[in-house]
Design a protein. Structure first.
Length: 435
């Protein structure tokens, strides 16, 4: 992704937030080239924006997702404010936990649409004493200063601001940056252990964690029916995982839960176009069980039982197919790679090569592009064959007919139905998948 401008941008953002974290004050200074406009992501709350002031003291014109910079020259600055108080939590724009807050960056960040590798866009946060910030961007080494990265401007991302400390956690030669909001010191240590266990399971797939300096945010939500009511992965700036938790639950429930492994497994692949969501959700659904089985978090038998239960849901529910269609494809590819190579190749080895050749990625991948790349790395046609078969099935109306035909592959591994016969031991081929 390269800047379309004749000369590179050199832009400095000063972001000031005072207690009680109700408003963001932003000053933007352009040292060289000035873009025609600053843009905001698709999920902006226009009612939060106010006091857009140009260098001449007059209001800037804002419409159609653009803050127009007509008349702004190099070495001049503009300013604007964004309210955090009016943003509605139900729209997932802000979350508060005690003194801490999580904010969708589309609420306050207006940026050039075409930031490229030659541009320098820095953001410095000026915060109350004792407060810190967690962001998805690259730290410059200066306090609370970051470099805006080149992912598309409308990809979602979040920051967290509060009295927490961002804790770096080492995972297989990489680091994740963990921010835990409004928690006791004892609970923070427990959450870090939980996240480290899940991240290590993902790293165990191929021996390395797929991204460096991934942002992890853990936000308590109050009492819920489960330990981790939901989690999300976002791609703006870098890859981030956000977990919303019931802090009243015992920590063992978190370690028994699949959500962290699922969300962190999303990081194994880049952003895949939304109309092929089944390939992104599929790899996470596959490894939420396989990775935990490999890591000893659950038994290999339990891992298979959960896989088969997921496949069964995928055959009967179109809603669940976005999770389990892709999981079935990845399972069949994993099995075929192992069979052809006597276990010298697997989906894990392909992902390792992919991580070395093609990550990090700041653009969206089509399913076809990803499957072609996997074929190239495995010297096979396994992935595209499965992909094109599934593309043909997507036109079917009945849920069963849309789901991949996995029974022949399962029977090869000694599993006759989508519910395992627990009186039989798993075959060597089935064990290879999950150990």
């Amino acid at each position: 992704m390269f800047s379309l401008s004749a000369s590179a941008y050199e832009i400095d953002y000063q972001i000031t937030v005072a207690e009680p974290l109700e408003q963001v004050n932003v000053k933007v200074c352009f040292k060289k080239h000035v873009p025609r406009a600053l843009h905001n992501g698709a999920y902006r709350d226009m009612n939060s924006l106010n006091n857009t002031i140009g260098p001449d003291g007059k209001s800037l014109y804002v419409s159609d997702n653009k803050m127009r910079l007509s008349g702004v020259k190099p070495n001049q600055c503009i300013s604007y404010q964004a309210s955090l108080n009016g943003a509605k939590q139900r729209r997932r724009t802000t979350y508060r936990a005690g003194k801490d807050i999580v904010v969708n960056n589309n609420l306050w960040l207006w940026q050039p649409i075409n930031i490229g590798n030659k541009d320098t866009v820095k953001l410095t946060f000026n915060l109350p004493k004792g407060y810190n910030v967690s962001t998805p961007w690259t730290a410059t080494g200066k306090p609370n200063q970051f470099t805006l990265t080149t992912t598309p401007y409308d990809w979602d991302s979040r920051i967290a601001i509060g009295t927490f400390k961002v804790t770096p956690v080492n995972i297989a030669q990489q680091t994740i940056q963990v921010a835990i909001l409004n928690s006791t010191e004892k609970r923070k240590l427990e959450y870090i252990d939980w996240i480290k266990q899940a991240a290590s399971a993902v790293a165990g797939i191929n021996g390395s964690y797929p991204v460096d300096n991934a942002q992890i945010i853990i936000t308590p939500t109050g009492k819920k029916r489960e330990a981790v009511p939901w989690g999300e992965v976002q791609r703006g700036g870098s890859v981030s995982a956000h977990f919303f938790v019931d802090s009243f639950r015992p920590i063992q429930e978190f370690k028994d839960d699949w959500t962290a492994t699922h969300e962190l497994s999303h990081m194994l692949v880049p952003f895949i176009s939304r109309n092929e969501l089944y390939l992104s959700e599929g790899i996470a659904s596959y490894y939420q069980n396989v990775a935990r089985g490999k890591a000893g978090m659950i038994s290999v038998e339990t891992a298979w039982d959960k896989l088969l239960a997921g496949f069964a849901r995928g055959t009967s529910s179109r809603r669940m197919q976005k999770y389990w269609t892709g999981a079935a494809i990845y399972m069949m590819a994993d099995r075929e790679l192992r069979k052809r190579s006597n276990n010298k190749q697997s989906l894990g080895t392909v992902l390792d090569k992919f991580n070395n050749c093609c990550r990090p990625s700041t653009s969206s991948w089509s399913g076809q592009r990803l499957m072609n790349q996997f074929d190239e790395l495995s010297s096979s046609k396994i992935f595209t064959t499965l992909y094109y078969k599934q593309q043909d099935k997507l036109a079917e109306e009945q849920a069963k007919r849309r789901f991949p035909d996995i029974l022949p592959v399962l029977k090869e591994m000694g599993i006759d139905e989508l519910k395992r016969d627990t009186s039989k031991q798993l075959s060597g081929a089935a064990l290879d998948i999950v150990r």
